[in-house]
Design a protein around this ligand. Structure first.
Ligand code: 16G
Ligand code: ZN
Length: 532
C-alpha cells in the first residue's frame, strides 16, 4: 500500500465526526453531502475487492434509489453483477467509520491481510451514478479513492443501477462461454431489444404504454432503449421525465410512491383501457396499474408480476417437454397472502419466503432450476441456474410447438437481466407476456384479488431491540411482543401481521392484511399500538 498517496487523498475527504455509517440492505444511504468520505473509501474497497477476485471488475453505484433527492447512497457490485458478498459488508462499515487517515490505512492493511490480497494485481472498477444533485461531488470523491489505489477505472456516467450491474457482468464474462453481452449502453439496448423483438414478432401490437420515470435516470435511458427497439411493439410515452429541475426526483411519483399510497403518480391521468407503469428513481423497480371503467385504481405490483412471469414460464417449460425443470417463486413476508395461495394452490409451484432485500431473494432463487423472485414493491427478476441451462440444452424438441417453446425459453433468458431486478428488462418481459397472450391489464389482474393490506412505519426509541426470525415474520425480541401480535391476528378473518426493523432507516415497520379493509386497518393500527 502506498501510504503516502492514500493519506494525501484521504485528507481531502475527512469523515464527518458526528456521523456513524452502516452498510445496510442496499449499501450506505443518507444525506448526500455527508457521504463524501464514505464514497471515497468505497472506491478503495472496490479496488481491494477486485484484487481479492484476481482483478475481476467490481462495480460502484452512487444512488439512493426511491429516497429523497437530498439523500444519496453507494453500493458495491460483485463480479457477476450481484450484490456485494455479505462477509465484506462489515469491512465497509468499519472503513466508513475510521476516524482519521491513519485509521483508514490501518483498516485497508487489515483487509489485505485477512483476505490475503495480492497487491500486485491491477484492480479494475466500473462506476456510475444516478441523477441526484450530489452525484458529481460524490463521483469526484469516488474517483479520488480509485486514484489512491491506482485503479483501472471505467466511468459509465449517469445510468440506471441495473445497467451498471449488467456492465459489470459483461466485463467479467467477455470472451468466455458465459459472455453476457457488450458492456456498453448500446450493447444493453441491443441485447434486451433484440430478445424482445424475437419474442413478440408476428403478434398483435399493443396499445401505448405510459411510463412514469419518477423524474429519474430511467427517463433518458428508456427513451434510448425505445430508439434502439424502434418498433410499434414498444410504443411508449414517458411521463415524469424531468431530470433537470431540482426538487422533482421521486416527488409524488415513482414506484415507491405508487405502492405506498396506492394511487397514480402526479402528472399521469388514468384513462380506462390504457396501460401504465412506474419506475423508481434508479429504475430497479417497476409496477403496473390501470383504472377500471368506474375510474377505480388497480395496482399490479411485484407479486402480480411474479405470478404472471411464473405462469408463463411454467407453461412454456411444460410445452417444451422438459418435465424435470422446476419453476419456483421466491417472495418476502410482504407478498400479499392471496398471491402466495395462488402460487401454491392454483399454479402448484413451490414458493419460499426470504428476508427483505434483493440479496436474500436472489440467493434463494439461485437454488431453484428457474427461480422467479420479486418483492411486492416491484424489485425482482428471474434466474436460470446452470442445471436449467443444461436441461434446456439437452431437450430434443419433436413438434413445432416444442421447438417454439424451447426457442422462447432461450429468448426469455436473453430478455431478463439476471444480475439484478431491472425495471426496463422487467417491463419488456411483462410486455412480451401480455403481447403473446393478447391480454389487457385487467385480464392479467383477473388471476387473483389482493387482500387489503396496510404498511405502517413506527418510530421507536431504539429499533435495534427488534429481532426477527422465520424470514422476518416472527419477533424474537422484545420478549412477549410476538404473543401480542399473534393474539391480535386471530381476531380477524384471513388476518396476518408482522413487525420488523427497517434495514434502511431507524424505524420499525408493521405490515397487516385481512379479509376486509376495515379489519386490515384495525389490525395494523393495533399492532402498531403494541409496538409503540
Ligand atoms: C432496500 C432494498 C429493497 C427493500 C428495501 C426494504 C435492495 C437493492 N433494495 O431498498 O429490496 O425492499 O430496502 O427497506 O436490496 P426497509 O428495510 O427499510 O423496509
Ligand atoms: Zn431502486
Amino acid at each position: 500500500l502506498n501510504v503516502e498517496q492514500i493519506s494525501k487523498y484521504s485528507d481531502k475527504h475527512p469523515k464527518p465526526s458526528s456521523t456513524t455509517f452502516t452498510y445496510g440492505t442496499a449499501g450506505f444511504r443518507t444525506i448526500g453531502e455527508t457521504l463524501e468520505s464514505t464514497v471515497f473509501r468505497c472506491g478503495m474497497l472496490a479496488a481491494l475487492r477486485s484484487q481479492s477476485k484476481q482483478g475481476k471488475v467490481i462495480g460502484v453505484m452512487v444512488t439512493a434509489s426511491h429516497n429523497r433527492e437530498e439523500d444519496n447512497g453507494v453500493k458495491l457490485v460483485d463480479p457477476m453483477g450481484e450484490m456485494l458478498q455479505q462477509s465484506w459488508e462489515g469491512y465497509c462499515t468499519t472503513m466508513a467509520n475510521a476516524a482519521t487517515s491513519e485509521e483508514v490505512v490501518e483498516v485497508l492493511a487489515h483487509i489485505v491481510q485477512e483476505e490475503r490480497i495480492d497487491l500486485t494485481i491491477k484492480p479494475r472498477v466500473a462506476y456510475a451514478r444516478d441523477t441526484r444533485p450530489s452525484g458529481p461531488l460524490l463521483q469526484a470523491a469516488l474517483e479520488d479513492g480509485l486514484s489512491a489505489l491506482d485503479v483501472d477505472a471505467s466511468n459509465y456516467g449517469v445510468v440506471t443501477t441495473p445497467q451498471l450491474h449488467y456492465f459489470v457482468r459483461c466485463m467479467n464474462t467477455e470472451n468466455s462461454s458465459a459472455a453476457y453481452g457488450e458492456p456498453t449502453e448500446a450493447g444493453y439496448n441491443a441485447k434486451y431489444g433484440q430478445a424482445f423483438l424475437r419474442l413478440v414478432s408476428g403478434k398483435q401490437t399493443p396499445t401505448k404504454l405510459y411510463i412514469d420515470a419518477a423524474n429519474g435516470v430511467g427517463a433518458p435511458q428508456v427513451l434510448k432503449l425505445a430508439d434502439a427497439i424502434n418498433s410499434p411493439y414498444f410504443n411508449i410515452e414517458v411521463r415524469n421525465s424531468d431530470t433537470q429541475t431540482l426538487g422533482k426526483l421521486n416527488v409524488d411519483c415513482g414506484a415507491d410512491h405508487v405502492k405506498s399510497n396506492q394511487r397514480p403518480p402526479a402528472g399521469v391521468t388514468l384513462v380506462p383501457g390504457s396501460r401504465y407503469c412506474s419506475f423508481d428513481g434508479d429504475a430497479d423497480r417497476i409496477l403496473y396499474y390501470y383504472a377500471d371503467e368506474h375510474g377505480t385504481f388497480h395496482l399490479l405490483d411485484g407479486d402480480k408480476i411474479s405470478t404472471l412471469v411464473a405462469t408463463y414460464l411454467r407453461d412454456l417449460v411444460s410445452t417444451a417437454g422438459v418435465d424435470d425443470l422446476q419453476v419456483g417463486v421466491v417472495q418476502t413476508a410482504y407478498a400479499n397472502g392471496n398471491s402466495t395461495s395462488y402460487i401454491k394452490d392454483t399454479l402448484k409451484l413451490p414458493t419460499v419466503f426470504a428476508k427483505t432485500g434483493v440479496k436474500h431473494l436472489h440467493h434463494e432463487a439461485e437454488k431453484m432450476n428457474i427461480g422467479v423472485y420479486f418483492e411486492a414493491n416491484g424489485h425482482g427478476t428471474v434466474l436460470f441456474n446452470p442445471s436449467a441451462v443444461a436441461k434446456l440444452r439437452a431437450v430434443e424438441p419433436a413438434t413445432p410447438a416444442q421447438v417454439d417453446a424451447v426457442e422462447r425459453l432461450w429468448a426469455l433468458r436473453d430478455l431478463i437481466n439476471e444480475s439484478v431486478g431491472d425495471a426496463m428488462s422487467d417491463m419488456l418481459l411483462v410486455e412480451t407476456i401480455l403481447i403473446c397472450k393478447g391480454w389487457t391489464l385487467p385480464q392479467w389482474d383477473e388471476a387473483y384479488t389482493d387482500l387489503p393490506s396496510r404498511l405502517l412505519k413506527v418510530v421507536v426509541n431504539d429499533s435495534t431491540i427488534f429481532k426477527t426470525t422465520n424470514a422476518e415474520q416472527t419477533l424474537m425480541s422484545p420478549p412477549l411482543l410476538q404473543d401480542v401480535v399473534d393474539s391480535l391476528v386471530t381476531k380477524f378473518p384471513r388476518g396476518r401481521a408482522f413487525v420488523r426493523p427497517s434495514g434502511t432507516e431507524d424505524a420499525v415497520r408493521v405490515y397487516a392484511e385481512a379479509a376486509t379493509r376495515r379489519d386490515c386497518d384495525q389490525l395494523a393500527y393495533s399492532v402498531a399500538g403494541a409496538v409503540f
